[in-house]
Design a protein. Structure first.
Length: 423
């Protein structure tokens, strides 16, 4: 059976592939004396595993960051800020407050979080099935999410890997005008404040791969603001929703709702998990993937242009959208997308495996005035390319006071290699 699909293809990230040219540059991490940097690494208190993509917030403020793939983070705090603690939260773990006085200069503090298993309380009443929970969630969006526009600052990074080798890294500080959740006619606006890139496309097997949409696509991963990407008009006929479990996030109990497309639908839709606050019936986290069983249709979603002689097949996709709560309101906090492709060349013995990753962390947030809307000519659009909008250069003081997502170890190695090539 075929059914009318939602317009979700755009936020999956469209690929353009062109003949390659040689280019290289560099990347570096920076400090600023007006701010104090607090370094940490998050681990599981039971087995010592690192905890990636956890939320770190300066208590009582909207200043925040996210741990990287190695559980590491750095958060920069103004010396005049009176906050004393960091609030750390991660799915399935107890919240933890850490005093800033526990940190040492230039030395990462190891912070261990305790896993927690929660059970439904006897008085908790839940709907009979997952579909009913989703219906209530969609009906409560205006109550649970901001109905005023917000001015946000974020840090965006996208990378391209050929097998295990990083061949391109682009990153930027972005300004965001976040439109209200109760207005379907207003869309989020993104502007590049500053950005840079590093690449070594000699390792791209004679193709240059471009990821379309950059941070504008990351904003579309906000599935609450853009429910049509998953929850189409006939979502209850497309998907099966099952109640799976109860977990603790940010010291609040959450339903875990598993969803997947019905077996009789042949077009590619999504499968994954929604984490829904039990008390407020609000989505606080969404982790999902595209069903790739129909390879031909799935490939059409991603590839806009490619040369003859190469077959490109998507192997795996992972998407995530996270939200943070402050004064009983939820705000978009983090987005991550990763897509892996296999490239099969007619005249080559071995295939290539290309991985593309993008992530956006909201690092600050304040109510916005109408005057803070981004002019059309300055907006980063869903048809734009990061690598065309930012410059390639080296500057040790480039990021200044801004918070950013720490690069993980493998990215740092790539950065060093690209810098040596640049020198």
């Amino acid at each position: 059976m075929k059914t009318k699909k939602s317009n979700f293809g755009i936020f999956l990230g469209i690929l353009f592939l062109f003949p390659v040219w040689n280019f290289s540059s560099s990347y570096a991490q920076t400090e600023n004396s007006q701010f104090i940097s607090y370094l940490g690494v998050l681990k599981n208190a039971v087995n010592n595993d690192v905890l990636p993509f956890a939320s770190i917030v300066l208590e009582g403020t909207s200043v925040a960051t996210v741990s990287n793939a190695d559980g590491e983070f750095t958060i920069k705090v103004d010396k005049n800020n009176k906050a004393e603690n960091l609030e750390i939260s991660f799915i399935g773990y107890k919240n933890k407050n850490i005093s800033l006085s526990e940190f040492e200069n230039d030395k990462p503090l190891t912070i261990k979080l305790e896993p927690v298993t929660e059970h439904l309380k006897e008085l908790t009443v839940r709907p009979a099935n997952g579909s009913e929970i989703i219906r209530l969630v969609l009906n409560n969006v205006s109550k649970n999410y901001s109905t005023i526009p917000m001015a946000m600052t974020g840090f965006y990074r996208e990378t391209i890997k050929n097998r295990k080798n990083y061949v391109a890294i682009s990153e930027a500080i972005v300004n965001i005008y976040k439109s209200p959740y109760n207005n379907d006619l207003q869309f989020d606006q993104v502007k590049i404040d500053r950005g840079r890139k590093s690449s070594n496309v000699e390792k791209m097997d004679t193709l240059l791969i471009k990821l379309q949409g950059g941070p504008a696509i990351s904003m579309l991963l906000d599935v609450v603001k853009n429910p049509y990407n998953i929850f189409t008009e006939n979502y209850d006929k497309i998907y099966v929703f099952d109640f799976e479990n109860v977990v603790s996030i940010n010291d609040r109990l959450h339903y875990v709702i598993d969803f997947k497309q019905n077996q009789y639908i042949s077009d590619p839709y999504f499968y994954g998990k929604l984490y829904i606050d039990i008390e407020k019936l609000a989505i606080s986290d969404a982790i999902f993937s595209l069903n790739l069983e129909n390879e031909e249709e799935a490939t059409r979603v991603f590839i806009r242009k490619k040369p003859a002689g190469v077959t490109i097949t998507p192997l795996n996709t992972t998407y995530r959208a996270s939200y943070t709560i402050q004064e009983d309101q939820w705000y978009f906090n983090y987005a991550r997308a990763e897509v892996i492709f296999e490239m099969d060349w007619e005249k080559k013995l071995f295939n290539s495996t290309i991985s593309l990753m993008s992530e956006l962390a909201i690092t600050d947030r304040l109510p916005a005035e109408a005057s803070q809307k981004i002019e059309r000519k300055e907006r980063f659009g869903t048809n734009d390319f990061m690598e065309e909008e930012v410059q390639a250069f080296f500057d040790p003081n480039y990021w200044g006071d801004y918070n950013l997502i720490e690069p993980d170890a493998s990215i740092e190695q790539a950065i060093r290699k690209l810098y040596r090539k640049y020198k």
